[in-house]
Design a protein around this ligand. Structure first.
Ligand code: PLP
Length: 367
């Protein structure tokens, strides 16, 4: 049963809100920072690579940060109260993290997802006590979430609120954490930080923080080729649409989402899906652990930026993110039969990556 919003106005309602915020504060206190892994690539002397392991969060992805912020934002705005149902539209990672926090707070949670979402992600939401409302048409997830909200649920609204729910000036946001972890490194101010754009929250937080701290670091968004963000950023056009679909979950939105801040992004690198997948396999080899497709997209962009730096004779450091755990894609991106059925062949790209790693250059396969 949904508690109706008038519950929030009961005299004792604040006591529950205080307890809920206390639970989030205690969860933060129990959490360690995620590792910043250093990777040495022989073909790039003088260029240091670092990957922040966001898969290490208890709910398995960088969306752990966003979910914590969205719940806190809803609570502090007085729009989430005891017994209220919670809903959000998500392609998976956010839903898993939001379900994780719903369980922490004793709330019921519904994820509105496209029916094509990886089965392992659906199971993960359900294992945490959440409910999945699957819609056939991915474009309808927002309206379906709004329908739940109209019936009294609190809409966490990751796409509407991601850039403002996070404290961009610090408070241990992802950018502050990266810069602190880099402090004792030989090249502490990265030449580039590379991330993807799903909600746009991560790129907004990093881009703002770099300016706030007056750092020279530039921000590159790594996106699936032809994504809404890539077209929109180039033309500064909020109405831009993706020119091709992507199988990389979490990034590559079909349209420009409300939290995309074009002006804090210095470069966009577009990565074909097969290249992201080849790089995802390469990451497993480099790190000894599986990460998802968007982490592969990031790695490809890092190598392209590094190859350009090397061609100009520059040294420096590049920092990027490992966004989620690869186990989630066992039946999709990590299944050769699934790749073949989707016409994706990572092999030519793997040759490009291996040659690039060894030689410090970037020569994509000829189509
Ligand atoms: C959400 C997500 C991203 C992008 O992060 P945003 O802050 O939403 O732009 C990248 N990779 C994965 C796996 C994600 O779930």
């Amino acid at each position: 049963m949904n508690a109706d919003a008038s519950n929030c106005r009961r005299a004792d309602a604040r006591a529950w809100v205080h307890e809920a915020i206390g639970r989030l504060a205690r969860e933060t206190a129990r959490s360690a920072d995620t590792h910043l892994l250093k990777i040495d690539l022989p073909g790039f002397p003088g260029i240091d690579f670092y990957f922040k392991d966001e898969a290490a969060h208890p709910s398995g992805s960088l969306k752990h940060r966003l979910a914590r912020s969205l719940y806190l934002y809803a609570l502090c705005n007085g729009r989430l109260c005891e017994g209220q149902a919670v809903v959000d539209a998500s392609s998976g990672s956010t839903a898993i993290s939001e379900a994780w926090f719903a369980r922490l707070l004793g709330l019921s949670f519904t994820a509105v997802m496209p029916a094509c979402t990886a089965p392992a992600k659906i199971r993960a939401v359900e294992a945490l006590g959440g409910t999945c409302d699957l819609v056939d048409d991915p474009a309808r997830v927002h309206t379906r979430a709004a329908e739940h909200a109209a019936r009294g649920a609190c809409h966490l609204d990751q796409f509407g609120l991601a850039e403002r729910a996070t404290d961009w000036r610090g408070n241990n946001n992802i950018a502050e954490s990266i810069i602190q972890q880099m402090a004792c490194e030989p090249q502490p101010y990265p030449t580039w930080i590379v991330c993807g754009a799903g909600t746009g929250g991560t790129s907004a937080t990093i881009g703002r923080y770099l300016r706030y701290r007056r750092l020279p670091t530039r921000l590159c968004v790594a996106e699936p080729a032809g994504s809404g963000f890539a077209h929109g950023w180039r033309r500064r056009d909020p109405a831009a649409r993706a020119s091709q679909p992507t199988v990389i979950e979490g990034i590559g939105r079909p349209c420009v989402e409300p939290c995309f801040l074009f002006d804090v992004v210095d470069a966009v690198v577009e990565v074909p899906d097969a290249a992201s997948i080849a790089a995802m396999y390469l990451l497993e080899q480099l790190i000894g652990r599986r990460y998802g497709g968007s982490s592969g997209t990031n790695l490809v962009a890092c190598l392209q930026l590094a190859a350009a730096m090397r061609a100009r004779g520059e040294c420096g450091s590049i920092v990027s993110l490992l966004c989620d755990r690869g186990e989630r894609y066992a039946q999709t991106l990590f299944d050769p039969a699934w790749l073949a059925a989707h016409g994706l062949d990572p092999v030519p790209w793997r040759r490009t990556l291996d040659a690039g790693l060894a030689g410090g250059h970037w020569h994509p396969p000829t189509p």
